[in-house]
Design a protein around this ligand. Structure first.
Ligand code: C2E
Ligand code: CA
Ligand code: CA
Ligand code: CA
Length: 278
């Protein structure tokens, strides 16, 4: 067994160096990703549980790297956060989401609000507000068509700055959502402090919905969210059984592969047109 342990080390070490090589290349190339037009936005519909209608969409970023192919945000967002390039990426996402909404308006398509993932680090640099106002003005966007999704974990670190930012967003009319809800620590107090509009129940709960304890937790989260007059969204809904449970509990909205994976904007537009025709 000891010999095996030794061999294992030698077998695994090349993998480790490939991973760090990839990390190195991604870090090196990320700065050029915007000017090289390699970032892409995908959109995942949010569906109203009671009607089956698309009532929103979440913008999810991808990076088409010339060598490594389609890189997932789980891989490059942490790198972007380390290097600070996350601010440029956030601005790019915001601008492109506004551009998309403006295009829908001008083509008289059915417009739904779009949610953007924001790391609270973004609020530490004071240009976030002028950049936001500029995008809203340039594309003439009603602020209530934007929702910022933020996780409580990141929130913990910069409480003052984020509190200020959230007050401002609230006054502007931009919606606020608590992402990955239930996975952090101080969720309940923060809900009260920041007047959140939406909670998104983390997909790790939805995936274990059939376990009795988890079932009770989900029921409680829905009950609490609705009691506080918030929209409750269940993430990662993959099966009919999960959907029916959530519908019976009157969870407001669902998001997940059961209805649609994240798709390019053209595909979302096709789905939105279909909704109108019905
Ligand atoms: P998130 O905000 O929790 O996004 C939901 C993730 O769950 C997405 O992964 C989505 O593709 C995936 N998902 C959706 N439905 C299902 C399902 O039914 N089953 C399963 N197993 N997964 C599902 P994705 O697109 O890889 O994004 C991962 C994370 O990267 C996001 O987690 C978010 O934290 C971050 N991210 C994505 N786009 C951006 C962005 O523009 N800016 C920032 N700062 N972070 C982003
Ligand atoms: Ca999210
Ligand atoms: Ca989430
Ligand atoms: Ca997440």
């Amino acid at each position: 067994a000891e010999a095996l342990g030794k061999n294992t080390y030698h077998i695994y070490s090349p993998t480790i160096s490939i991973n760090s090589f990839k990390h190195y290349e991604l870090e090196r190339d990320l700065r050029k990703s915007i000017e090289n037009n390699e970032l892409i936005l995908y959109f995942q519909p949010r569906v109203e549980t009671s009607t089956g209608r698309i009532v929103g969409a979440e913008a999810l970023i991808r990076w088409q790297h010339p060598v490594w192919g389609l890189v997932s945000p789980g891989e490059f967002i942490p790198i972007a956060e380390e290097s600070g390039f996350i601010n440029e990426i956030s601005n790019w996402v915001l601008e492109n989401v506004c551009k998309t909404i403006a295009k829908w308006k001008s083509e008289k398509l059915h417009v739904v609000p779009i949610s953007i993932n924001v790391t609270s680090q973004r609020f530490l640099k004071s240009d976030w507000l002028p950049v936001l106002l500029n995008s809203l003005n340039t594309y003439d966007i009603d602020p209530s068509l934007l929702e910022f999704e933020i996780t409580e974990t990141t929130l913990l670190h910069y409480e003052k700055e984020v509190e200020f930012a959230f007050q401002y967003l609230k006054e502007l009319g931009v919606k606020l959502a608590f992402d990955d809800f239930g996975t952090g620590y101080s969720s309940l107090t923060h809900l009260k402090d920041f007047s959140i509009d939406t909670i998104k129940i983390d997909k790790s709960f939805i995936q274990r919905i059939s376990e009795p304890n988890i079932e009770m937790i989900i029921k409680s989260l829905i009950f609490m969210g609705k009691g506080l007059e918030m929209t409750v969204v269940a993430e990662g809904v993959e099966t009919i059984e999960q959907f029916e449970f959530l519908r019976n509990q009157e969870c407001s909205e669902i998001q997940g592969y059961l209805f649609s994976e994240p798709v390019p904007v053209e595909k979302l537009e096709v789905m939105l047109k279909r909704v109108i025709l019905k």
